[in-house]
Design a protein around this ligand. Structure first.
Ligand SMILES: [Zn+2]
Ligand SMILES: [Zn+2]
Length: 820
């Protein structure tokens, strides 16, 4: 029987080859009708034999193009209109296209890689090959609707061959906006210094107009990499700095020239097989490595695998990425042919500046870093860093992706936002100072920007503003309210108060917790554990070790870690020995024999710290668990002069080594005599925070004054006792981690017994600690708790803007409902 269906497909279905895909399926199942990009995704009118229609619909959802994301298919039986063919229709209503989504940039697909290395193909070794399933998207778009004239490809008119493919619905380049070839498309550019001298000018640029010239440039680039030189290589969202990751001198030179002392470098390898030789890769990790988003995946180093010094020293993980663009495929392939294995691929910037995106900028900013610049003449219209993810194992859910940085390949895909109901004003959420992202809301969804970076410098702030304007334009959002952090000194908060819009201040850790509620569409209440670096509290102290009772709208501070002074404020973050001094002072442990070495290492600064604490000068108080990790790390001598924030905690986690993988009762009983109790139990009791009732005053509010204080004194005393007894540092590190895990567990139990709340959320930068988040999640689930984690966003400050948007829209929705 011949029937007719109207089919609505929602999700990421435009600019990803969806219409030609539907067209081909229609041919396969003898369907007549049409397909069209509509207001809400893709609309299809299909007429055919009912059995074939069923299969047609099934295959639309089962074999959709790799880059698409089908979120919903709606079917409606409609009268037959007796179409005699199937056609792709074009919408000329630009307003309708404006509301649709823009795909993130996509890694080169397998079909294109095959053609790239096929000597018979007309695009053999063409560095900008792409198709409807792959290539640049968001980074080249100027305006919507998405077609070539609104992208940076507009300056490359298509040659007849490309134009033919572009117009043919059966071609896999049908309507591929960045489609190009050697004849008509972008070309590599190549800059080297005169006389191979870094301080000299660049020789005139070489533009590789055809395959011979292009291969010539790539051969020079490969030879330089093999010779230990440093190259700047233009990618999708900006330049990378690349060098041979197995050449210690090259790696060291890169560190010096880029002024990047400590943070690990990520590497690129040719394929998963090469990665497996040096890292442990499971199925989920391999899928991420090869995904269209092509992030950097943090993988556990294979035991016994050797790496050159300076790559990712002392860390159990290495950041690895597979080639993402045709240029990277060619470079990696040629480099491997020349005997190389892995390339350092780090962002192309100096120190903390925004990454460089144009040839001109690269010549200016990177000339003292890069021996050669491999650029091109396709403009990048918005900056994107690489995304960074890892796979963690979280209780019953099994393996899950944890974002560390969400950028290329993921942004600007929106997140659903249930509180942004129609009628609620659109919100711009500024995000915090560090690891900044911003968020813009529209009814039902939130656009979380790509990672912008640390907003302390003007350059990054300018990028933030420009990116915001771009999102507002592309997604047609006109915010009527600004949500900002409470911190009065953040550039973003100051900016917010200079706007002609109402500002809603949102506490940093409430935003952290709300980001999880918002991601899962939960209203709360939740027991929100927020272990973080530092965030401004309504009492003026720096929070970061809180247990909040929270929903999307409001919070109460249930528990906090007792305040510890930070002598010198931010200086205590750079000098964790100062943090250690603050902890020793607070916990009355300055005279502990095992503290002597730390105090000695402080030298004259010890007296300065003492004076600052006693007089309360330049000495903010903090409840931050991140800072407690700093103090513990410094006291144990694991990290006393960090090269970036968070390094002391990262190294303390790494110091656990094999102890991290052992069950509590397998751990050695070093440091005390075994008694009647199991030694695991004894350790647990020694390393236990003291929970005391907090004292409220007349002015106390539920937001700022916690009911309970967690006193980490006993934990620090046990740590010093163990140090004095000569217990292995790795074992002490493990016991310290377990103490923090136990504090979370105790808090959750208390909240459940008092308020009957069973949902626990874990957020804040401290939960980037793999051991801690895995351990705590497992413990809580075992005790019957429901554990909420960030899934699409990082647990660190990268999720704060989304949390701000969740709180702001939830409050606005509530106010709106109240008025009715
Ligand atoms: Zn492709
Ligand atoms: Zn062409």
């Amino acid at each position: 029987m011949i029937e007719a269906l109207d089919i609505q497909v929602k999700g990421i279905v435009q600019g990803v080859g969806f219409r030609p895909f539907v067209y081909r399926l229609a041919k396969k199942y003898l369907i007549n009708g049409w397909v069209l990009n509509g207001i809400d995704g893709v609309s299809i009118h299909a007429e055919g034999e009912s059995k074939l229609l069923d299969e047609f619909v099934l295959e639309i959802s089962d074999s959709a193009p790799a880059a698409s994301r089908v979120e919903e298919i709606e079917l409606k039986e409609v009268p037959l209109q007796d179409f005699e063919s199937f056609e792709i229709r074009f919408s000329d209503d630009t307003e309708t296209e404006k509301t649709t989504l823009v795909s993130p940039d996509l890694a080169t697909c397998d079909d294109c890689v095959r053609e790239l290395f096929d000597p018979e193909d007309r695009r053999y070794r063409y560095p900008f090959i792409n198709c409807t399933n792959c290539g640049p998207r968001f980074t080249i778009i100027d305006s919507l609707p998405y077609d070539r004239k609104s992208t940076s490809m507009r300056k490359f008119p298509m040659c007849p061959s490309c134009a033919h493919e572009y117009a043919d619905p059966l071609d896999r380049r049908f309507h591929a906006q960045p489609d190009a070839c050697f004849t008509c498309g972008p070309h590599l550019t190549w800059y080297v210094h005169e006389n191979d001298d870094l301080s000299a000018q660049y020789l005139p640029v070489k533009v590789a107009h055809d395959r011979t010239e292009s291969d010539g440039v790539l051969a020079e680039a490969t030879a330089m990499l093999r010779a230990g030189k440093i190259l700047a290589v233009k990618g999708l969202g900006g330049f990378h700095l690349a060098c041979d990751a197995e050449n210690a001198e090259a790696v060291a030179a890169l560190r010096v020239r880029k002024r990047r002392e400590g943070k690990a470098f990520a590497v690129m390898m040719a394929d998963a097989a090469a990665v497996r030789r040096v890292c442990l890769v499971d199925e989920a990790e391999e899928a991420l490595l090869a995904s269209a988003a092509r992030p950097i995946v943090l993988l556990r180093k294979r035991p016994g695998a050797a790496f050159v010094p300076g790559l990712a020293d002392a860390l159990p993980e290495l950041g690895v990425m597979l080639p993402c663009t045709p240029v990277q495929h060619l470079l990696m392939h040629d480099f491997a042919q020349a005997g190389g294995t892995m390339l350092v691929m780090t962002s192309g910037n100096v120190h903390d500046n925004p990454i460089v995106t144009s040839d001109e900028e690269a010549c200016r900013e990177l000339s003292s870093i890069a021996d050669g610049i491999l650029g091109n003449d396709r403009d990048i219209l918005t900056r994107f860093d690489d995304s960074v993810v890892r796979v963690i194992s979280v209780g019953a859910a099994g393996e899950a992706v944890q974002f560390i940085r969400r950028a290329r390949g993921y942004a600007p895909l929106p997140l659903p936002l249930a509180s942004a109901v129609p009628g609620v004003p659109e919100v711009f959420a500024t995000g915090p100072e560090q690891k900044n992202t911003f968020t813009l809301t529209r009814p039902g969804e939130a656009f979380v920007s790509q990672h912008i970076g640390d907003m302390e410098n003007v350059e990054t702030f300018d990028v933030w503003l420009a990116t915001k304007q771009r999102y507002e334009r592309l997604f047609d959002v006109a915010p009527q309210l600004v949500a900002a952090d409470l911190h009065p000194e953040y550039l973003s908060s100051k900016w917010a108060h200079d706007q002609d819009l109402p500002v809603m201040g949102i506490q940093h850790h409430h935003a952290h917790a709300a980001s999880i509620l918002g991601e899962h569409g939960l209203e709360g209440p939740a027991c929100a554990v927020t272990f973080d670096g530092t965030g401004y509290g309504p009492d003026g102290a720096l929070w970061g070790g809180e247990v909040l009772l929270t929903n999307q709208v409001a919070f109460e501070r249930f528990a906090q870690f007792s305040y510890v002074p930070m002598p010198g404020g931010a200086a205590a973050i750079k000098h964790p020995l100062r943090m250690a001094y603050g902890a020793l002072w607070t916990f009355d442990l300055l005279d502990h024999p095992a503290a002597a070495s730390a105090i000695e290492a402080l030298g004259d600064e010890a007296a300065v710290c003492d004076a600052m604490i006693e007089e309360g000068l330049n000495c903010p108080m903090t409840s931050s668990v991140g800072r407690l990790f700093d103090a513990a790390s410094a006291l144990l001598g694991v990290c006393t002069s960090p090269k970036y924030e968070g390094e002391p905690a990262i190294l303390l986690e790494a110091a656990m080594g094999l102890y991290a993988d052992m069950d509590a009762d397998e751990l050695p009983a070093e440091g005390f005599d075994e008694g009647e109790k199991s030694h695991a139990r004894i350790i647990q009791e020694r390393y236990m925070v003291d929970i005391v009732k907090n004292v409220a005053t007349e002015d106390s509010t539920a937001e700022e004054t916690a009911v309970l204080l967690f006193d980490a004194g006993p934990v620090f005393k046990a740590l010093l006792d163990d140090k004095e007894a000569g217990v292995d540092v790795g074992l002490i590190a493990r016991r310290f981690h377990d103490a923090m895990a136990q504090a979370v567990y105790l808090a959750a139990e208390l909240v459940r017994s008092m308020y009957d709340i069973n949902l626990v959320t874990l957020s804040g930068g401290v939960f980037m600690n793999r051991y801690l988040i895995e351990r705590v999640t497992a413990d809580l689930e075992l005790a019957g708790f429901t554990v909420g984690l960030n899934r699409e966003l990082p647990p660190n400050d990268g999720s704060v803007s989304f949390g701000q948007a969740v709180v702001a829209t939830a409050r606005l929705a509530q106010e709106g409902a109240g008025e009715k």
